[in-house]
Design a protein. Sequence first.
Length: 252
Amino acid sequence: MRFCMIILSLVSSLVLLAGCDSPAEKEHGIKVGTNAEFPPFEKLEGNGKITGFDAEILSAVAKAENLSFDFQHTGWDVMLNGVARGRLDAGISAITITEGRQKIYDFTEPYFEAKQVILVPSASPVKTLNDLKGKKIGVQSSTTGEQVVQKAFGNTYPGLKRYDVISSAVEDLKLGRIDAVVVDEAVNAEYLKKLGKSQFKTVQDSSMPAESYGIIVKKGNRELLNKLNSGLKKIKQNGTYDKIYAKYFGDK
Ligand code: ARG
């Protein structure tokens, strides 16, 4: 009987231990992935550092929650798969909260409002999304930009050109290999600044729905989700969020 009690308490403390942070989490902090090729949200600097709006939001949230983290440029698909399978603890990458993704991940509360816009050469006759019918449209694979085009022209639309990174789509647009790029508004604005407003312009279409970004965690990881949400709440309340927002996008 006594022996059984000892075993029992041993087992329960093991169970308790297993319920705590994983060893990896304790040593190096949570592993967070991103596709650091999406300025102004995330960008990989020459020194290997990831900068941008999301990077600063993540740092601020982690600081508010006393959470250490390891932020990695994994690429878009590797991030999505990694968080789904638990190889990464979280992903922050201008990730739009969509119904489909909510089946696979848990999202934090929204932290940024966004939408898709169309980037075209200045001389383009395109005025609406529908005007793109029959034209070659570049998007980043597995993004809401791709979804917008598929919704408008069908899943197998032959003019849809998918790229691993959005910069390659913009390169092809510059070279005249495609007619338009559908991409998140703030990223488009960043490209317009670089490309020069005389050669490219933005087309907005009200049929492209409002989006909001959230941070993803593996479905069911309540503990981390709660921490991230609590951190987001704190930085929204204490003015840190507004400061970071103003740095990248000007005052609201
Ligand atoms: N907001 C879009 C989406 O969630 C595009 C995000 C792409 N992000 C990136 N870092 N490449 O589908």
